[in-house]
Write a protein that binds this ligand. Structure first.
Ligand SMILES: Cc1cc2nc3c(=O)[nH]c(=O)nc-3n(C[C@H](O)[C@H](O)[C@H](O)COP(=O)(O)O)c2cc1C
Length: 410
């Protein structure tokens, strides 16, 4: 996907700058043209000589550079690329990007461009977790900036946590994925049907946990994302069994619908639908159900009134499928709807449940994810985290279907 692509690599002033030298090599090996911009702080970590030697081109460092302006103006520099990649992206560069600062070459290029931008953040865990950085991240993602990493691990400063820059090969993969997705969105040739012969189970929607014959406990899930995934998998040629809680949606044509109400029913239908090559657990399953469902409608003046509900834990569908001793599907994907520390919680959930991938989405107030048509997700998996820009739930579904198709390739 990278052959002939023009990438402008902006190297910020972080300890991970040395990894960007490897990234230049990686991208070139795959046929990309790499032109580099080095911030003054970046030049404290890697020399212009190494960067220029590897890229085989001049290295752009100064905004007010008469020679560079005469050869190629800074606006043209930012627009002549197919993708701008900032690696490492310092906390400082994120702040400048989020706030529209343009007081040096890198920030000016990033503000002047209409080309897609990908950032690979790299910083100390406290800098990463600082509310200012997290707010900047949110702003950048909402504007469609692509992100790769950061990873969790030991840091150069001796601390441990999130903030390590993604490895060069992971960044190169994310760049390849970006171009692949852009190409597939443009293609008019139809979907590649890479899931022909595969059987995939998708759970979607909320569950309703009855209290009495007329009342239940539910949540705000609309089922839009899960249903869209079922549709995208059908379009890719898969045999799809959609196990859905109560929603207002029609099942996408071509899939087999099994309608359920409760978490227990959803688990039992999911197990019945196996064997499968993959299971995508997109349903928002209630964690708890009422211990003893009343046979008759509870009355206000009943002796055992409904003011106190005794709850018991529901079965964990994602965990059960992920940890099946026999017949575990090759790929088990869960969703994590979080309202804070989205990636941290999603990574912890992946480890706890034992699933292969988690699609993490931010459902905090104001994001409009629940019931809305758009979603901004991060794919959390062993190969590294991938944040996708905000896009329609249909596009998230198509992109996920492509990823599933790649993962299930023989
Ligand atoms: C030894 C050292 C290591 C640093 N590592 C990082 C880092 O990994 N990430 C980061 O955001 N800032 C780091 N900084 C701070 C940045 O270099 C500083 O914020 C600088 O202004 C960034 O400039 P730039 O964003 O234009 O590249 C480091 C500073 C020093 C002295």
């Amino acid at each position: 996907m990278l052959a002939g692509k023009k990438i402008l690599l902006i190297i910020g002033g972080g300890v991970a700058a040395y990894k960007s030298l490897l990234l230049i090599r990686d991208l070139q090996k795959q046929g990309a043209f790499v032109r580099c911009v080095l911030t003054p702080a970046g030049a404290e970590f890697v020399t212009p000589l190494s960067v220029g030697g590897l890229s085989g081109d001049r290295v752009y460092q100064e905004l007010f550079d008469l020679t560079a302006e005469a050869e190629m103006g800074h606006i043209e520099l930012s627009r002549s690329a197919d993708l701008l990649v900032v690696a490492p992206t310092t906390a400082d560069l994120m702040a400048k990007m989020a706030n529209g600062l343009a007081n040096d070459l890198a920030s000016t290029l990033l503000l002047a461009t209409d080309t897609p931008v990908m950032i690979a953040p790299s910083m100390n865990v406290r800098m990463w977790e600082h509310p200012a950085t997290q707010k900047n991240l949110k702003t950048l993602k909402s504007r469609g900036v692509l992100t790769v990493g950061p990873d969790e691990g030991d840091m150069a400063c001796g601390e441990y946590g999130y903030g390590r820059m993604a490895e060069p090969e992971v960044i190169a993969d994310a760049i390849g994925d970006h171009f692949e997705f852009a190409a597939s969105a443009e293609t008019t040739l139809g979907t590649p049907q890479g899931l022909r012969g595969k059987r995939i189970v998708v759970t979607s929607g909320p569950t309703h946990e009855p209290i009495d014959p007329v009342r239940y406990i539910a949540n705000r899930s609309s089922g839009k994302q899960g249903h869209a995934i079922a549709g995208a998998l059908v379009a890719e040629g898969a045999e799809v069994i959609l196990i859905s809680g109560p929603t207002r949606l029609d099942a996408p044509s071509g899939c087999t619908l099994r309608a359920v109400e409760t978490a227990e029913e959803m688990l039992s239908e999911t197990l019945n639908a196996l064997p499968a090559d993959a299971v995508v657990c997109a349903a928002a399953v209630a964690d708890y159900r009422v211990e003893a469902v009343a046979e008759n409608k509870l009355k206000k003046d009943d002796e055992n009134d409904a003011r106190t509900l005794s709850l018991v834990e529901n079965p964990d569908i994602l965990k059960t499928i992920s940890q099946l001793p026999n017949g575990r599907p090759e790929l088990v994907i869960g969703f994590a709807a979080e309202t804070e520390k989205v990636i941290d919680h999603a990574s912890a959930k992946r480890a706890r449940k034992g699933c292969d991938w988690i699609v993490a989405n931010d459902v905090s107030t104001g994001t409009g994810t629940f019931g809305g048509d758009d979603n901004q997700v991060t794919l959390v998996r062993d190969a590294g985290n991938e944040s996708w820009p905000k896009m329609s739930k249909d596009d998230v579904a198509r992109r996920l279907a492509t990823k599933i198709s790649e993962a299930l390739k023989p």
